[in-house]
Ligand binder design. Structure first.
Ligand SMILES: Nc1ncnc2c1ncn2[C@@H]1O[C@H](COP(=O)(O)OP(=O)(O)OP(=O)(O)O)[C@@H](O)[C@H]1O
Ligand SMILES: [Mg+2]
Length: 293
């Protein structure tokens, strides 16, 4: 589990609650520190393949090595989140493509080969404004708003210099620069908050200067978040939703596999879902380890 922003305290609470149910927890098993010896994935002297379950909540970028071992481990023991869903939601295109084909409204998007920039020009004509997104990015890094054809022309030589396989772009949605973040655990609603962009920025990410605020959920966004979480298969999901002013409808922007707990400062602001989320996660771990117990 991540240790910053109050993560260490959350971890302690989870461990304590698991103990009350006679489930012993071993903390600090970071796959970055693991190595493989025959049938065993060894980390800090523990054979991870012999655990009843692996709970991974390591925010930030996952290295290829961590993902590689996570995948192997997931074939042997239950993992939360399960690897397949986690891997899916680490990729914006793969997630949006599946959501779209499952009847969930998302921003309109296009994917084309990197040599196919003539298509990009067609899209910008149609949409007027679009957002270029690295499909595996996070924290708003690398997102580029393209305001017109001229911007695209200036940007293309730079994009061509980068070693990209394809271009993933989304229609720029006219929204009020706020979003909903809805947390779902095991199919159930656990909490909601909002984020708003800072002044001139169009991104709500805290790393892009955005801020978190108290926001009541409504039935429509909760229902949408539950459906999106179910389609991705994530046991623990944070669903980002914005309201399209033109089409007058909610859109799922993203599904996150490691939705952060409220930080101590955010809890002081009134974000009070941490305990409910902890309880639901403990229930889930209990449920998934029962067979072996
Ligand atoms: N198609 C879009 N139209 C308008 N605004 C968008 C669009 N896509 C993203 N944004 C804005 O940019 C922000 C960041 O986008 P997104 O969540 O897709 O990437 P990310 O933040 O890098 O990923 P992560 O949330 O995993 O860290 C969103 O929260 C939203 O405010
Ligand atoms: Mg985001």
């Amino acid at each position: 589990m991540y240790q910053n922003g109050g993560g260490d305290k959350i971890e302690k609470k989870i461990v304590k609650k698991l103990k009350e149910r006679n489930i012993e927890a071993i903390t600090g098993l970071n796959l970055r520190d693991a190595y493989v010896k025959g049938e065993h994935i060894k980390c800090n002297g523990v054979n991870m393949d012999e655990l009843d379950l692996f709970f991974s909540y390591n925010a930030g970028e996952q290295t290829q090595y961590q993902m590689y071992l996570y995948k192997a481990l997931n074939n042997i023991i239950p993992c939360i989140n399960n690897f397949d869903s986690f891997e899916l939601t680490e990729d914006k295109f793969q997630t949006n493509y599946l959501l779209r084909n499952s009847g969930i409204k998302t921003p309109d998007f296009r994917l084309c080969h990197r040599d196919d920039s003539k298509h990009l020009k067609k899209f910008i004509k149609k949409w007027r404004q679009m957002v270029y997104k690295p499909t595996d990015g996070w924290g708003g890094v690398g997102l580029t708003k393209i305001d017109n054809e001229a911007t695209l022309d200036t940007l293309l030589p730079f994009l061509n210099q980068m070693d990209l396989r394809f271009f993933y772009v989304e229609k720029f949605i006219d929204y009020d620069k706020t979003d909903f973040r809805i947390d779902i655990v095991d199919g159930e609603f656990v909490g909601c908050y909002g984020r708003k962009a800072n002044g001139s920025d169009w991104r709500t990410n805290v790393t892009s200067g955005g801020s978190v605020f108290l926001r009541e959920a409504n039935e429509e966004v909760v229902d949408l978040a539950k459906r999106a979480a179910k389609i991705t298969g994530l046991e623990i999901a944070g669903v980002d939703i914005i309201y399209d002013k033109k089409k007058k409808e909610y859109l799922v922007l993203e599904v996150n596999g490691i939705p952060a707990f409220a930080t101590p400062e955010q809890e002081k602001m009134g974000l009070d879902f941490n305990n409910k989320k902890i309880d639901k996660i403990v229930d889930l771990i209990d449920k998934k380890t029962t067979v072996k117990k």
